[in-house]
Design a binder for this molecule. Structure first.
Ligand SMILES: C[S@@+](CC[C@H](N)C(=O)[O-])C[C@H]1O[C@@H](n2cnc3c(N)ncnc32)[C@H](O)[C@@H]1O
Length: 213
């Protein structure tokens, strides 16, 4: 009982935090897609699930490439902006306001899942990532980019809590059922609105659920 209540209260305050961050009419992380996603999007198939979709820049980009996209986020404000962005580009995406802690994607349904700057506590990842692995169709692809611990000293964006940052070791451990197609830690320039603003340390992962497509 108590654990359930504290989970709800945590989510409500996280939701308030993100709704406030997105309250301005401009797009906090810009309207252009994440550049790792843009470079690698040829490996993705639909339907696509985008976790922590935010204001829509990534899901809308994939929709303009003809993919069927569902974006999930805790912030209703973000997803309203995502729908407006989609409309402005002449596409549609499906949006779901949900806490990823309790979100249960349909099993063996998605051709791809994307996770761009979806920095989540380890305790949440422990329940979510096994569900993501199962939500992929056999042969399906998970594409992830997140800040790594070296980002803590950079001050160019991302959470200050090391538990929420990702590394090659964490990816290997937390996605045991995906075959790595690409897995690396690297430094790159990230310029995404006013939220991500310069040289950054990131981990990039493309993993494939075994089995035929
Ligand atoms: C750094 S933003 C990245 C947004 C988007 N992926 C992008 O690249 O522009 C992180 C997003 O995670 C969402 N988020 C944080 N915790 C969440 C949770 N527990 N469930 C669902 N979404 C969450 C926030 O609302 C926010 O939109």
């Amino acid at each position: 009982m108590c654990a359930g209540r504290s989970t709800i209260l945590k989510s409500m305050s996280d939701q308030q935090f993100w709704n406030e961050r997105y309250a301005d009419s401009d797009y906090f992380y810009g309207t252009e897609p994440n550049s790792f996603l843009e470079e690698q999007c040829g490996v993705l198939n639909g339907p696509v699930l985008s976790i922590s979709e935010g204001e829509g820049r990534n899901g809308v980009f994939l929709a303009t490439r003809g993919l069927d996209v569902t974006g999930v986020d805790l912030s209703s404000v973000a997803l309203e902006k995502a729908e407006k962005l989609a409309e402005s580009k002449g596409v549609t995406i499906t949006t779901i306001v949900a806490d990823l802690e309790t979100f249960e994607p349909e099993e063996s349904h998605y051709g791809s899942i994307i996770s761009i700057s979806a920095h989540l506590p380890g305790s949440l990842r422990a329940v979510l990532y096994p569900r993501l692995e199962k939500a992929l169709k056999p042969g399906g692809i998970l594409l992830l980019e997140a800040y790594s611990p070296d980002q803590l000293s950079k001050g160019t964006g991302g959470p200050k809590d090391a538990d929420m940052l990702m590394s090659v070791e964490k990816i290997r451990k937390e996605f045991p059922d995906l075959e790595p197609v690409l897995l690396r830690e690297t430094e790159r320039e990230v310029r995404e609105g006013k939220g991500h603003t310069g040289l950054a340390s990131v981990v990039q992962f493309i993993g494939r659920r075994p089995g035929a497509k």
